[in-house]
Design a protein around this ligand. Structure first.
Ligand SMILES: *Cc1c(COP(=O)(O)O)cnc(C)c1O
Length: 468
């Protein structure tokens, strides 16, 4: 049997209930599911290669296929997932997406659904308030941090540089997220436009070095216009000295963009907002609700202090849209972001905030900070391990104390052993030129029990590597 394009009531219920049961079962099974499993996917891949059938069919076998496909993956939704930046995925956000896609209203221009646009804008306004931005600030929900950083670079370019902008210089550190460099390239800058400022031994931007570079570049006829600080680097969660960078930015007339894609959510906590001191002086902030708010992938945000600058960079004119109302108190999101037609991302953030309340997010984030501190303290006590930097937020980097020529190889062995447990999944990076393992604690599903298990697994793996 194939379904008509507009299923009848009984069919809608049948499909919907099957999908709900699928998701509920999946979430119930997460604590016992492997933290990562892609082994043997090759044997299954042919099944997923086929094109669509001419005549459709039942849902059940497709759900079974989906279940198979899901099972062969990094389990980014599981409590033991401590690799890269964990995702999470709130159930209430999945429901919000179902509702948003189910009604499928248009939110690119406010006149088409003013109250839905107002709901989304209330989320953006909440973010602006959270970061201490003024009333004239604006923002939008993007598909992620990469797109938010891209819009930030373009907005800064349009606000600070003439049409001929190739002399512009953006300052970053070697710990900046790769999406910033990519954003500069996408925005049309040559490679030399992105300059790397030195860091302190804790991997924070060296503000004195920044000051000197800006002055020297200006003397050389270049046009310094932007500096990017990280509110939590992806490598180690390290926070740049935002307040000091803000002072230089003000003095030197630079656009200060703070990349808080990973760390931004900690602004909701006392400890986070203290670490981010000065972020209210930023020109723009990137924030990924699909990281620190545990929402599904595809949810980023950019807020910009000068809302008019954001609009100036993204606005365009189209005759066929002449019937629609101009930008007002309610934003035409198409004039503030790269997209025209867009999904109703607002509901995906709005509904979880309404159902759980801000306090639930704050408490979960405080728990992550406590857990990271616990990981840090516990790993510090394991002989043979070194912790290169103290965690500012919820990423803990560690490695075997230098073992000489095969140092990187041994650390890779250590990582493989840890991940072979199936209970936790960690990833690595290069820090100080050395292979370094990192544990990122960010999922709403990760609690003390799994963290203690992770510490035991790491301890045993260190012993095993040391004994061979
Ligand atoms: C994840 C991340 C990004 C990129 O965000 P996406 O949502 O993956 O596109 C940018 N900056 C930092 C610091 C990040 O952690």
């Amino acid at each position: 049997m194939s379904y008509p394009l507009e299923p009848n009531s009984a069919q809608m219920s049948e499909i919907g209930e099957a999908a709900l049961a699928f998701v509920a079962d999946h979430i119930r099974g997460l604590p016992d599911a492997p933290a990562s499993d892609v082994e043997g996917f090759e044997a299954l891949i042919d099944r997923f290669r086929a094109g669509p059938p001419e005549v459709g069919g039942e849902l059940a076998p497709r759900l079974a296929d989906l279940d198979h496909a899901v099972s062969k993956s990094f389990n980014t939704a599981a409590p033991g997932y401590l690799a890269y930046i964990p995702g999470g995925g709130l159930y209430t956000a999945a429901i919000a997406d179902f509702l948003a896609l189910g009604v499928n209203r248009y939110v690119g221009l406010w006149a088409a659904s003013p109250l839905l646009v107002q709901m989304e804008d209330s989320v953006v306004r909440w973010l602006c308030d959270l970061f201490g931005f003024p009333p004239e600030s604006r923002g939008f929900l993007s598909s992620g941090g990469s797109m938010a950083n891209f819009s930030a670079v373009v907005t800064a370019r349009r606000a600070m540089l003439p049409e001929e902008f190739l002399d512009g210089v953006i300052y970053v550190t070697d710990q900046v997220h790769a999406s910033v460099t990519k954003a500069a390239a996408l925005a049309g800058f040559p490679k030399r436009s992105v300059q790397t400022v030195g860091t302190t031994p804790e991997h924070r931007m060296d503000v004195d070095a920044l000051r000197v570079m800006v002055r020297d570049d200006r003397k050389d006829g270049l046009k310094p216009f932007m500096v990017v600080a990280s509110a939590g680097t992806t490598n180690t969660g390290t926070v740049d000295p935002i307040a000091e960078i803000a002072e230089i930015a003000e003095l030197e007339n630079l656009w200060l963009h703070v990349d808080g894609a990973y760390g931004g959510a900690f602004q909701m906590t006392q400890r986070g907002s203290e670490r981010f001191r000065g972020i209210d002086k930023a020109s723009s902030v990137t924030f990924d609700p699909h990281k620190g708010m545990f929402l599904p992938y595809g949810t980023g945000a950019l807020i910009v202090r000068d809302g008019a600058a954001l609009r100036f960079a993204h606005q365009s004119q189209a005759d066929y849209l002449q019937d629609l109302a101009p930008d007002s108190d309610l934003p035409n999101y198409s004039e503030y972001s790269p997209e025209l037609s867009r999904e109703f991302r607002g509901l995906r953030v709005w509904l979880p905030l309404q159902l759980h309340g801000v306090a639930a997010f704050r408490e979960a984030l405080d728990e992550k900070l406590d857990l990271a501190r616990h990981v840090h303290e516990s790993l510090s006590e394991i002989p043979g391990l070194e912790i290169p930097v103290e965690p500012d937020l919820s990423v803990v980097a560690f490695r075997l104390s230098s073992t000489g020529a095969n140092d990187d190889e041994l650390n890779r062995r250590l990582l493989d052993l840890i991940n072979a447990s199936g209970r936790v999944f960690l990833s690595s990076t290069v820090l100080d030129g050395r292979f370094t393992i990192r544990a990122a604690v960010l999922s709403h599903r990760t609690h003390l029990d799994r963290i203690d298990e992770a510490i035991d697994i790491i301890k045993s793996a260190v012993t095993l590597v040391a004994s061979t």
